[in-house]
Design a protein around this ligand. Structure first.
Ligand SMILES: CC(C)(COP(=O)(O)OP(=O)(O)OC[C@H]1O[C@@H](n2cnc3c(N)ncnc32)[C@H](O)[C@@H]1OP(=O)(O)O)[C@@H](O)C(=O)NCCC(=O)NCCS
Length: 150
């Protein structure tokens, strides 16, 4: 895994906790990701600081790049940080000659779906009850993809 400009498992887990609450990954899960060469991580620090404000994790397959996670600190949202990370991911996939970017998102996560549509993703399918919810309930996943020009 490559960490550009900002990162470290503890900083990543702390930011993920602020961004996603109970869904956030643990420090040990981020440590395992950092040690796994299948994954790439890009972080953005606040201007003039080393404070992590946004990050994205992707996995790279033979044909596709998959967005595993994107998170922006609640205090730094709506400033284009996620857009910068998505743009970097598209450029990375194109540089590698890959065909598509794939992702899954909770059906109720309207902000993330709007982000993905803004950057050229479209809906491929819906997977019923894919995500666990509070109180034993389940939430559907929306499967999206974006073609890459090679
Ligand atoms: C979704 C998330 C990553 C967006 O980050 P962000 O840095 O605020 O997004 P940007 O400022 O780059 O916005 C880019 C586009 O996304 C869309 N968007 C972002 N937030 C939105 C919101 N709350 N409502 C509607 N559209 C939104 C808009 O189309 C926006 O384009 P515009 O600025 O031209 O209107 C952020 O809200 C977040 O971290 N959420 C929690 C984690 C999460 O849900 N991750 C995705 C699932 S893994």
């Amino acid at each position: 895994m490559i960490i550009e400009r900002a990162g470290g498992a503890e900083a990543l887990a702390a930011l993920d906790g602020r961004a996603r609450g109970r869904d956030a990954w643990s420090v040990s899960r981020f440590e395992a990701l950092i040690d796994d060469e299948r994954y790439r991580l890009t972080g953005i620090a606040a201007t003039g600081t080393q404070t992590l404000t946004a990050f994205a994790v992707v996995s790279i397959g033979p044909f596709d790049l998959e967005l595993e996670m994107i998170a922006v600190d609640p205090d730094h949202r709506c400033q284009g940080l996620a857009g910068r990370l998505i743009t970097a991911m598209i450029e990375q996939g194109e540089a590698l000659g890959l065909e598509r970017i794939l992702l899954e998102v909770r059906a109720g996560n309207e902000a993330a779906q709007a982000l993905y549509i803004r950057y050229g993703f479209s809906v491929d399918a819906r997977r019923a009850g894919y995500y666990p919810q509070a109180a034993g309930e389940r939430e559907d996943a929306i499967l999206m993809s974006r073609p890459l020009t090679r």
